[in-house]
Write a protein that binds this ligand. Sequence first.
Ligand SMILES: Cc1ncc(COP(=O)(O)O)c(C=O)c1O
Length: 445
Amino acid sequence: MSTAAARAEVPNDLAAFWLPFTPNRSFKKRPRLISKSKDMHYYTPEGREILDATAALWCCNAGHNRAPIVAAIQRQAAELDFSPTFQFAHPLAFQVSSRIAALAPGDLDHVFFTNSGSEAGDTALKIAIAYHNVRGHGSRQRLIGRERGYHGVGFGGISVGGMVNNRKFFGSLLTGTDHLPATYNREHQAFTKGEPEWGGHLADALEGIVGLHDASTIAAVIVEPMAGSTGVLPPPKGYLQKLRAICDKYGLLLIFDEVITGFGRLGFGFAAERYGVIPDMITFAKGVTSGTVPMGGVIVRKHIYDAFMHGPEHAIELFHGYTYSGHPLACAASLATLDLYRDEGLFERVKMLEPKWYDALMTLKGLPHVLDIRCVGLTGAIDLAPIPGSVGLRGYQALEYSFHEAGIMLRLSGDTIELTPPFIVSEAQIGEIVEKVGRTIKSVA
Ligand SMILES: Cc1ncc(COP(=O)(O)O)c(C=O)c1O
């Protein structure tokens, strides 16, 4: 666009915006527009009410436009717009770090800020390799992920991730990666409430990977405690404990990607606590500000931070960071969000709702084309059978019907419906979600 054109009036139409992870042509024929939100609801520009069954990509755990968070962001914008955290800092960044470290289990005591889950994933992988380097183990460079894993869209994240479409268009990716098998098996696990009994043994595949490459070449293993984006795959009982034991045996760092599971989604500050497994690093984003201002980060254990604190004191210890790491608005939003989680007991609320949520979702069993229903914490997924030859079409039709006809926001991953409401969801609203999802499933039968 020319400078003159940039100054002139331009039409506000749908052409210029290339939507991420969206079929742009279908969307622009029948857009799903949202212009307002409050608590459990979105509103379209015409004022139609849409029940949010997704917490907006698993972000808005506290619900939408909560007054204390809005006020904190407004106050902060008027006080300090931005200050760098390279060589300078502002007090809120230290305050939020301490609060997050206090929420994390064990000696996960230090926080490195990013602006998204993708940046958090790549940051954790870089810290893992650098950690071995600074300790004189420079040959430990391999990174192990898992099939069906999602760690964002940076080159590191897609290289250790295991979602085929996110990888196959983007060349050779990082070298030196390998993947554990996915933990899902419909034959053994279908219609399980919570963590499946079958599948703990799948962690033993890490022994095979170590046997192939040798531990001396492997830096870290990264997994989501519960794989979210690929359709809510709760960890089989004992699986994460086994991974921890094998990592310890061979000196591999274990990274939990808690971008979805962090901040209460499974009824605890972090899934690490639910499962009693302390990883070496946790990545987070989304719920840290209840989605209001972009923020992510990596929490590292004391031994990792300490390994870098050597050499001349005037020298930078880790050559990594983002201009907006620890942005003042994000810090203010996070502090208000963490207060709200605590004051309203929202993580405990997830625990209280969990059995009712499971029972409600399982009533959808038996509807047309429902192949499996999974749930853990306040998450759920319903696999629908694909239309033969058109994988994802039934899911897209369900997305359109649910928004335009049923008045509910769902997340569709292919033909899988994902449900992750804000923690303030009432029991009556859980009933409403199930009724609307049921109607949607029948509409695409
Ligand atoms: C487990 C996990 N890791 C990383 C990401 C990427 O986060 P972002 O989209 O903020 O980059 C996501 C996003 O859904 C996620 O679910």
